[in-house]
Design a protein around this ligand. Structure first.
Ligand code: M6R
Length: 616
């Protein structure tokens, strides 16, 4: 949830760290803080609110020059977002500074022990205890900060990334990782630590994934990684495959808008090289063997939020193409209901960040029950793909805005690809049939471009509904997850009451919400391909109109049968039914973004949220 940066090298450390924090601010923006070491003295500045508050503070109360620094942006868990609870936290000697991402579950016990020993704590956070514990362990570890960290983390329960510096060690940054992300960036005469490669990508693309339960000691010319016991650790180096520009706004006012407009490219990238010359699907990194795929009896998609909606589409696609029975489950519910899993179950975890704690815990549970796990993920080196048996990467590039847009579309592409692949291998589907869908997918980028041409019209529509109290979204078949996604976007960005329903469910309760003037967005299925479904949706539209609703219809080109039922029409290109979400979701993203902008909200960093939810 929080963003962490550490630096030691030959540059002005503070600028490197603040620049890194800017790129990580999407992970949390309740407060920000930095610590530097200069002349064997530790200095900290921290401030509640967004990074800009910290920058103002640094302007008024500058820090001394330094070549070593750590920095943090916070998404609050323990303690309200005020200055005192902002990171870094320091020990009583004011020589150690610590930043943290995650939750230390046994912090109350540790806090009580420290208080008993006479330590006066100055914040409500779980993090501060680590600073004091490091202070206790430091002399016992021969003044070795990395060894002190190993001793401390062995006492902690929960999920954490911790990074610390000590005033007496001006060339050492120490990090520790359990269940929370931490990546090392290897530079020339400088090294970096961060929650995400975005923080250091403008300095180096050479990175090392830190594994579970590892401690890293960073010096300007050396990186040493051990396990929590101090034994040398096995690590994996990789080269980041996108550049710094990808994490910048590129002329757009908002990351979200930029990412909406990047969708044609993101979808196209996710499709590159997936079809061989002989018409067979190629999912290179998806290392499940033919035997393993043949063995699958049931697939369970697990994910959270937007990724859950792509899992719902995955169920439709997988059952349609491969005929393997599927379930879709919210990752946060999965392990608590004791699901029935065995070696013949494939759990497909979908996650943009690859770090969502609920999803991570779900796959760990699945593995403990003998299930195979496949990750659909956008982030190289993240924990979820690393702990899965196989992975299918979406190639959306960095998604910075908190609201998921291009990640969703690329996830939909990935579940379609996976479904077709399993169909090819298990059912011996004729290549012509698969080729036809692949051809259609190849054209989808262009079709998304066409939808993006409606952006101005959708923005105008948003103006009309700026004061709506509530907006409902309805759809059937894959239109249902699209409706859920439309409602989620509106809630998280415009802070408006919004609900998504399966259109057929309206009459079982939600229709009571319909009152005069309420906007209802309807995802209309194709009249060419889904005549029966189309008729049912038309009936649902009439039901809500009869009760005073204003209808905003998302309808494919050429469907004129619907015009008389529409207060507003947004046209989308004709696609096959299972691919319709790839075009139908786009105007809903624009609608929410526009409404949030009109209301003056911070679209990229909506209140109370963080991009990557690394706590349960
Ligand atoms: O990184 P993940 O895909 O695992 O994240 C899952 C959800 O937290 C995420 O999709 C969230 O719902 C989005 N912010 C919604 O726009």
């Amino acid at each position: 949830m929080c963003g962490i940066v550490g630096y030691v090298g030959n540059k002005q450390a503070l600028s490197v760290v603040v620049e890194g924090l800017r790129r990580l601010e999407y992970r949390g923006y309740d407060s920000a803080g930095v610590a530097v070491v200069n002349n064997k003295k530790l200095d900290v500045r921290k401030k509640a609110g967004k990074l800009t508050n910290l920058e103002t503070l640094l302007g008024n109360d500058p820090l001394p020059d330094s070549t070593i620094a750590i920095g943090h942006t916070r998404w609050a868990t323990h303690g309200i977002p005020n200055d005192a609870n902002a990171h870094p936290h320091t020990d009583v000697s004011n020589e150690i500074a610590v930043i943290h991402n995650g939750i230390i579950e046994n912090f109350s016990e540790l806090r009580a022990e420290l208080q008993k020993a006479g330590v006066k704590l100055s914040s409500d956070t779980d993090t501060e205890v680590v600073a004091h514990l490091l202070n206790f362990e430091y002399p016992k570890s021969n003044n070795d900060l990395a060894e002190s960290m190993r001793r401390v983390v062995r006492k902690l329960r929960g999920a954490f990334t911790l990074v610390a510096v000590h005033a007496q060690q001006p060339d050492v940054v120490v990090g520790a990782r359990r269940n929370s992300p931490l990546v090392v960036g290897r530079g020339n005469g400088e090294n970096f630590l961060a929650s995400d490669v975005a923080a250091f990508i403008s300095h180096t693309k050479n990175a090392i994934e830190l594994g579970q339960d590892q401690v890293v000691e960073l010096r300007h010319d050396k990186v040493t990684i051990t396990d929590f016991e101090g034994k040398p650790a096995v690590t994996k180096e990789f080269v980041v495959d996108w550049d710094a520009k990808a994490a910048e706004k590129g002329g757009f006012d908002l990351f979200m808008l930029k990412e909406i407009f990047e969708q044609p490219k993101a979808v196209a990238e996710t499709l590159v090289g997936r079809l061989s010359e002989n018409g067979k699907l190629v999912l290179e990194e998806m290392t499940l063997s033919i035997g393993e795929i043949a063995n699958i009896e049931k697939i369970v998609f697990v994910a959270c939020g937007t990724a859950f909606h792509s899992g719902m589409i995955g169920k439709y696609a997988m059952e349609r193409w491969s005929r393997i029975p599927c379930e879709v489950e919210l990752a946060s519910e999965f392990r608590y209901r004791d699901p029935i899993l065995n070696q013949r179950t494939l759990v497909v975890a979908i996650s943009q960040s690859g770090e969502t704690m609920d999803t991570l815990m779900a796959i760990r549970h699945a593995k403990s029950q003998g299930a195979r796990v496949l990750a659909i993920c956008n982030t190289q080196g993240a924990t979820i793909p690393r702990e899965s048996d196989a992975v299918l990467y979406t190639r959306g590039g960095p998604e910075i805005a908190v609201a998921s847009t291009k990640a969703f579309l690329t996830q939909v592409v990935a579940v379609e690809l996976l479904s077709l692949y399993f169909a090819e291998l298990r059912l011996d589907k004729p290549t012509t049939e698969i080729k036809q869908v692949m051809n259609e997918l190849a054209n989808i980028s262009h079709q998304i471009d066409v939808v993006l041409d409606t952006t101005d019209a959708v923005k105008e529509l948003a103006k009309k509904y700026m004061n709506a109290q509530s907006v409902l979204f309805i759809g059937r078949h894959v239109g249902f997850p699209v409706a859920l996604e439309g409602a989620l976007k509106l809630k998280e960005l415009a802070y408006m009451h919004a609900e998504g329903f399966a259109a057929g469910e309206l009459k079982h309760g939600p229709i009571a919400l319909i009152e005069d003037g309420i906007p209802v967005v309807v995802i209309v299925p194709s009249v060419r391909l889904e005549k029966e479904l189309h008729e049912k949706v038309v009936s649902n539209i009439q039901e809500v109109r009869a009760r005073g609703a204003r209808t905003i219809l998302i309808v494919e080109e050429g469907d004129d049968s619907i015009i008389e039922f529409a207060d507003h029409i947004i046209r989308i290109p004709q696609t096959s039914s299972l691919l319709q979400p790839l075009v139908a979701t786009v105007p809903l993203q624009v609608f929410s973004c526009a409404l949030a902008t009109l209301k003056g909200h911070d679209v990229d960093q909506p209140r109370n949220l963080a991009k990557s939810v690394t706590v349960e």
